[in-house]
Design a protein around this ligand. Sequence first.
Ligand code: ADP
Ligand code: MG
Length: 367
Amino acid sequence: MKVVLQNLTKVFPSRNKKSNEEVVAVSDFNFEIPDGKLIGLLGPSGCGKSTTLYMISGLQKPTSGKIFFGDDDVTELSTENRGIGLVFQNYALYPHMTVKQNILFPLQNLKGADRPSKEEMLERAYHAAKLVQIDELMDRKPSELSGGQQQRVAIARALVKMPRVLLLDEPLSNLDARLRLQTREEIRRIQKETGITTVFVTHDQEEAMSISDIIVVMKLGVVQQIGAPQEVYDSPQNLFVAKFLGTPPINVFNGSVKGGKVYIGEDAVLEVTNVPDQEVMIGIRPEGFNLDAEGPLKCKLANVEVMGRDVSIVSTHEASANPDIRSIINADNKVDTSSEIVRYSIKPHKLFLFNKETEERIYFEVK
Ligand code: ADP
Ligand code: MG
């Protein structure tokens, strides 16, 4: 099921009685979610992810704009009639019911012609339980399950109605690191097996990047960039997106372009064409540095952290916007730790220029 968000906007009235300042939680969101894809809705806390999801689910009414499922305008439709499955961060299972009863619950609530026969309900409940691999646990109570198992029950309960769209709001946040990894792979597998169009909300960029077909990066209610995870990582449209994606994060420098050369402090690190002289912000990915005794970027060596396959070199530079610079270098390259200086040349496609005021990307060609 394709899902279309059209000029979707949500404004909340002020919570503070003294001021009339409204909160624009979501501003003019336009996106056509292709059928059968998993969309990662990504951004820092408070950027409008949940509000967007609640509008798609019908739990919240947009201030303006429309939502379509396929060609159906569902903007005015109630949550029950949208055919969605919802999973929240806190699993919200009924504690007095068994796993089986929890999964059956949405079906038993169906009325009239929509209500399946008893046999079909059971069959669908077991099918959903199998998908999330909890069919052995059907007679347990939620209190007898681990957090990961409880979240699987919540997902089975969302799947049992065979939703047109699956909506997940930070579903892994309550799980420990190992389970989080395992469950996110699980969600990806289930999504592929069922082919249900899915919107997955998270503030964790690694989580979003690893399971999404498409990510949507939001900031303060405004969509910043939409694209395949690798595409957005490789070509961020602004400094916010560049900084939000990637671990370790991108290194940011105050720099300038003068006469076709990109300067970090006094160091001319790259020659470019078609960029007028100006002050810029420069972003270099940690993997964008080559150890190079003749390299133009001269940094003060602080520390070398061994990671096995790679080493992480921590250094400083007076033009760096962060306390330190972190580069990731293949461990086959030997770092001279007795030296106070480390010199780099820069991989051009790992360096991005941004306008100093707007922080929008400045595109260039390498000379
Ligand atoms: P996220 O899920 O990305 O953390 P939310 O969508 O929950 O963000 O919130 C977006 C913005 O809208 C925040 O500034 C939040 O405080 C505000 N907001 C969310 N729900 C309400 C509400 N019911 N009333 C007023 N403001 C709200
Ligand atoms: Mg939220």
